[in-house]
Design a protein around this ligand. Structure first.
Ligand code: URA
Length: 210
């Protein structure tokens, strides 16, 4: 498998992704499914987080026990569709911090335009997980990661549901060292920058703005 690229093939993830793709899936179901898939993928995305040990006391005796090493992780949803992945991730990382980044795609140029950024004062030394369900052209994710790198985090990971080959290529051309985690690699982009077969507009399906 390509370096820094992880296709998550877990049967539960794959089954739920198929439900997400169906056009008959309602907004209510879509939201729940996105959350569930995020939670399941969260295990894989964080599999290699650094660990340390600390001394604890069980009711029986003292022991050295494993714990996550370092500062609290930061989840970075790219607005607005990235918000759909946030709940599921927070279920498994209840103490994670959240940095919001607002980027939209100009429909004519498909280029990213940043309109909002709110993170804690420093990202230095933190582990960041960028949440973006659809890696299409890759432009928004590329711009988001560029912005986040200036905060000098310890690591950055990109988590999406569906990726287009074009988006993977473009993203890794700019950010080779940032691992991509996705549940599917689809066929291609259409002329409007939508993924085929994809699942449609993730933001519209999560927020019911169809
Ligand atoms: N964004 C989406 O929501 N869907 C696509 O197919 C591409 C970008």
């Amino acid at each position: 498998m390509k370096k820094n690229f992880h296709l998550i093939r877990h049967p539960l993830v794959q089954h739920k992704l198929t439900l997400l793709r169906k056009r008959s899936t309602s907004v209510t179901e879509f939201r729940e499914l996105v959350s569930e898939v995020a939670m399941l993928m969260g295990y894989e995305v964080t599999r290699d987080l650094p660990m340390t040990t600390e001394t604890i006391f069980t009711p029986m005796e003292r022991m050295r026990a494993p714990v996550l090493k370092g500062e609290k992780m930061v989840l970075v949803p790219i607005l607005r569709a990235g918000m759909g992945l946030l709940d599921g991730m927070i279920q498994i990382f209840p103490s994670a911090r959240v940095a919001h980044i607002g980027i939209y795609r100009d429909h004519k140029t498909l280029e990213p335009v940043e309109y909002y950024f709110k993170a804690s004062k420093t990202l230095r030394g933190r582990d960041l997980i960028v949440l973006d369900p659809m890696l299409a052209t890759g432009n928004s994710a590329i711009a988001a990661v560029e912005r986040l790198k200036s905060g000098k985090p310890r690591s950055i990971r990109l988590m999406c549901l569906v990726a287009a080959p074009e988006g993977i290529r473009a993203f890794h051309q700019q950010h080779r060292e940032v691992p991509i985690y996705t549940a599917a690699v689809d066929r291609k982009l259409n002329a409007h920058g939508y993924i085929l077969p994809g699942l449609g507009d993730a933001g519209d399906r999560i927020f019911g703005t169809l």
